[in-house]
Write a protein that binds this ligand. Structure first.
Ligand SMILES: [Zn+2]
Length: 233
């Protein structure tokens, strides 16, 4: 069993039926992640900070304690999408990183071909956090996150021990993100324009022949925020 977060069930109390907890029209996001606390904490933050009351959306995070590789993230996402019956209201998102993984390109293509939304980051999700705190985006990272972590530690006091003392996004690290999502999304779009492949642009996105491994650095996390109305499209 994967520790899927169950929503609407108070701890120790009876499980409230889905029909009651999920108002009509509420958007439901199933986000499959590689397993780092960073992504899980961040997605929880998005829901708690932006969903409102009554909640306009909910995010269910699917993950495994032992971690999932990109192709396993996509396999879980495909499994989930096959169970859904209202693809207008319910979406599946696969979050995965370049890091040192193999089969990233195939995983990406498989997911998109079957209706899964992809939030791919190169070198890693942590680049998305960094974009909240820098005036301009960094250059190529060569597939390693160590420079991104170093930049992040220097970019905001709340992150000064990031990856030295855990990669959680809670407490002051979470607080520091507030009000900066639009800026981060803007920089993520600038990165599309900076893409080494020709023909990629902030308005049109990556060109059809731009392979995901060439997108160094890049992050698509902002697309989920645009989908949820948190940042502009
Ligand atoms: Zn590109």
């Amino acid at each position: 069993m994967s520790p899927v977060r169950k929503r609407g069930a108070p701890k120790g109390g009876p499980r409230v039926p889905r029909a009651v907890t999920e108002g009509r029209g509420r958007q439901v996001i199933y986000a499959v992640v590689e397993g780092e606390s960073t992504e899980r904490d961040y997605l929880k933050y998005l829901e708690e900070e932006y969903a409102g009351e009554p909640r306009a959306f909910e995010i269910h995070v699917i993950w495994e304690r032992k971690g999932l590789k990109p192709r396993e993230v996509v396999a879980r996402a495909l499994e989930k999408i096959s169970e859904l019956d209202d693809l207008k209201r319910e979406q599946v998102w696969a979050f995965f990183d370049r890091d040192q993984h193999t089969r990233v390109q195939e995983s990406y293509a498989d997911a998109l071909a079957q209706g899964v939304n992809v939030a791919f980051s190169h070198p890693s999700f942590d680049l998305w956090l960094l974009l909240h705190f820098v005036a301009g985006p960094p250059g190529a990272q060569g597939g390693s996150s160590s420079n991104v972590h170093q930049l992040l530690r220097g970019s905001h006091l709340a992150y000064r021990d990031f990856d030295k003392r855990g990669k959680h996004v809670t407490g002051i690290r979470r607080q520091a993100l507030k009000g900066r999502a639009e800026h981060a999304a803007q920089l993520a779009r600038v990165l599309v324009g900076n893409c080494p492949s020709l023909g990629c642009s902030p308005t049109k996105g990556h060109a059809a022949d731009c392979g995901v491994l060439a997108r160094d650095p890049s992050t698509e996390v902002w697309k989920l925020l645009a989908e949820l109305g948190i940042v502009s499209r």
